[in-house]
Write a protein that binds this ligand. Structure first.
Ligand code: KIV
Length: 263
């Protein structure tokens, strides 16, 4: 299993880090057998698994349940858990209780969106022994402030701000940083400015690693087509055809056959 030191070493050795989201036991079991470096129990699970319209609906209880299932299914993978909406904004004690819950659920590290203004809080979490990954650019928990899912830091002023904020997170002790939906030149500039690795999603080829939502790369939702997504399977049609095939076999009395029954 990789760890936080591996993240830094990979950047030094110019070797990319692969990451994918994982939310449940059965997919974790498959990913545990894969070569993928790390798993992210992202708060995107509120949308993908629970059907909410944004990640604002993820709760710490929800996250902990999914983290525990993933860790049971993928005991050999480095698992990072998202701190959900407002879980870092209600004061030190509630924040530390939320961190405690995710770590005791089995996470090896947590990810915090934005929070470059909360460097002291991040330092405190890290000093308490918990590795923290930052997340800048498009931060979906702030979707109502950002006015939608848009590419961030397109203007020079915003791009410079992003570099400064990334440096703040590095100084606070983050072991790596997710950059979501920013122009590739900006991601490249942030990546060069830091000694910690950047993990991109919609951030171009020059980050130190890449993360995608598992369901997106598997092609579960044919209607989700952002420019940054590459599909590696057509699971939507695979699942639909398999279930329709099963339905046909049942309704046409082809399944189960005698050899699929107990005597
Ligand atoms: O919640 C999530 O899945 C994420 C990734 C998209 C980086 O934060």
């Amino acid at each position: 299993m990789i760890n936080v030191s591996t993240f830094k070493k990979r950047k030094l050795q110019n070797q990319k880090i692969s990451m994918v989201t994982c939310y449940d036991y059965w997919s974790a079991q498959i990913l545990n057998k894969s070569k993928i470096d790390s798993l992210l129990v992202g708060d995107s699970l509120a949308v993908v698994m629970h059907g909410f319209d944004s990640t604002v609906h993820a709760t710490i209880e929800m996250m902990a349940l999914h983290v525990a299932a993933v860790v049971r299914g993928a005991p050999n993978k480095f698992v990072i858990a998202d701190m959900p909406f407002l879980s870092c904004s209600k004061g030190l004690e509630p924040t530390m209780n939320a961190v405690h819950t995710l770590m005791q659920a089995g996470a090896h590290a947590i990810k915090i969106e934005g929070a470059d203004h909360q460097a002291d809080l991040i330092k405190h979490i890290i000093e308490a022994g918990v590795p923290v990954m930052g997340h800048l650019g498009l931060t979906p928990q702030s979707i109502h402030n950002l006015g939608g899912h848009k590419v961030q830091a397109k203007a020079e002023k915003e791009a410079l701000e992003l570099v400064e904020n990334a440096k703040k997170l590095e100084s606070a002790g983050c072991f790596s940083l997710v950059l979501e939906c920013v122009p590739n030149q900006v991601a490249a500039c942030v990546t060069k400015s830091l000694s910690i690795p950047t993990i991109g999603i919609g951030a171009g080829p020059d980050t130190n690693g890449q993360v995608l939502v598992l369901h997106d790369l598997l092609g579960v939702n044919p209607d989700f087509n952002p420019k940054f997504l590459r599909r590696y399977a057509d699971s939507h049609d695979l699942i639909l055809n398999a279930v329709d095939h099963y339905h046909r076999d049942v309704t046409e009395k082809d399944f189960p056959r005698l050899e699929e029954s107990y005597g």
